[in-house]
Design a protein around this ligand. Structure first.
Ligand SMILES: NC(=O)C1=CN([C@@H]2O[C@H](COP(=O)(O)OP(=O)(O)OC[C@H]3O[C@@H](n4cnc5c(N)ncnc54)[C@H](O)[C@@H]3O)[C@@H](O)[C@H]2O)C=CC1
Ligand SMILES: O=C(O)[C@@H]1CCC=N1
Length: 271
């Protein structure tokens, strides 16, 4: 099976890394192109053994799956460029945020199966939370193919396309919110007198443990938080500061704003 990537940035690399490291396909079965940065293609070739080219005919020849991984602003140009090479039985998987299936259909102007997916960068270690939506030309065999591929980079769920803006705001961007919190934890470590290496280990295990608790216990996050918070204790003192700064509201607004931005992009790039 040959898989072609249009776009060779962070998301493409996360997916390539997940696919190759989980042995779903060999590196040489993956073909990659980007706009013009040959050094980036060279890097991916060296690291994952993928094939790279700027010859689109070669890229698409016998390619069963084409993964679109360019930025929303470049979608129009990239789709126009590749449209002459798309065959009716090519499965298109787009991870482009905020570009609707109908926009892709309108630009490609050919009846092809299209799956719009919203993964996140944890795909690199097989831990993406991915939601997918499909167009009318997607048959069971295409869905099976997409799920087999995407399950190698994490968990996949099928949703209505209208939910993908919210998915983008919540879990597509989600890793960044967590890293933002970790940055704050790392910064504080210095000030409270913990060396960065020790702090990093403690932080990462704390995240893994909390994620494991959320995954394996039947308790809601709120109850798990309450269980940590002894009356008159340290957590209570810390969380009081978060509440004073309305951090929960800020996070809620952050996710709503990211969702809105996905909707704005959909309008901006609608064709
Ligand atoms: N980075 C992330 O966490 C996630 C990103 N996405 C989506 O994935 C897409 C890619 O994001 P990143 O990898 O972060 O972007 P990036 O900027 O790292 O990579 C974009 C790639 O597209 C290539 N490109 C641009 N125009 C092109 C053209 N006309 N023909 C061929 N290649 C072209 C660039 O050369 C570059 O390799 C975006 O649409 C983003 O919304 C989706 C989920 C998560
Ligand atoms: O920031 C972005 O636009 C992309 C989509 C989800 C994560 N990164």
């Amino acid at each position: 099976m040959k898989i072609s990537f249009i776009g060779a940035g962070s998301m493409a690399e996360a997916m390539i890394s997940g696919l190759v490291n989980k042995n779903v396909v060999k590196g040489e079965q993956i073909h990659v192109t980007n706009r013009s940065e040959n050094t980036r293609l060279h890097f991916l070739r060296q690291k994952y053994g993928v094939q790279t080219t700027y010859n689109l005919q070669e890229l698409f020849h016998q390619s069963k799956i084409v993964i679109l991984a360019v930025k929303p602003k470049d979608a129009d140009e990239a789709l126009l460029k590749v449209s002459p090479y798309i065959q009716r039985d090519t499965l298109i998987i787009s991870v482009i945020a905020g570009v609707s299936i109908s926009t892709i259909e309108n630009i490609l102007n050919i009846h092809v199966p299209i799956i719009r997916a919203m993964p996140n960068t944890s795909a690199a270690i097989g831990q993406s939370a991915t939601a997918i939506a499909k167009n009318a030309f997607v048959q069971d065999c295409h869905l099976e193919l997409a799920e087999a591929l995407l399950s190698a980079i994490g968990m996949t769920m099928i949703v209505e396309e209208e939910k993908l803006d919210a998915v983008t705001g919540l879990s597509g961007s989600g890793p960044a919110y967590i890293y933002y919190i970790v940055e704050a934890m790392e910064n504080s470590a210095q000030e409270i007198g913990l060396e960065s290496e020790l702090a990093k280990k403690l932080i990462v295990q704390t995240l893994l443990g909390a994620a494991g608790m959320l995954n394996h216990s039947n308790e809601k996050a709120e109850n798990l938080r309450i269980a940590v918070t002894s009356p008159g204790g340290t957590t209570e003192a810390g969380i009081r500061v978060l509440d004073r700064h309305n951090v929960k509201d800020a996070l809620i607004n952050c996710i709503k704003e990211a969702t809105l931005q996905s909707k704005r992009l959909s309008t901006q790039y609608h064709r």
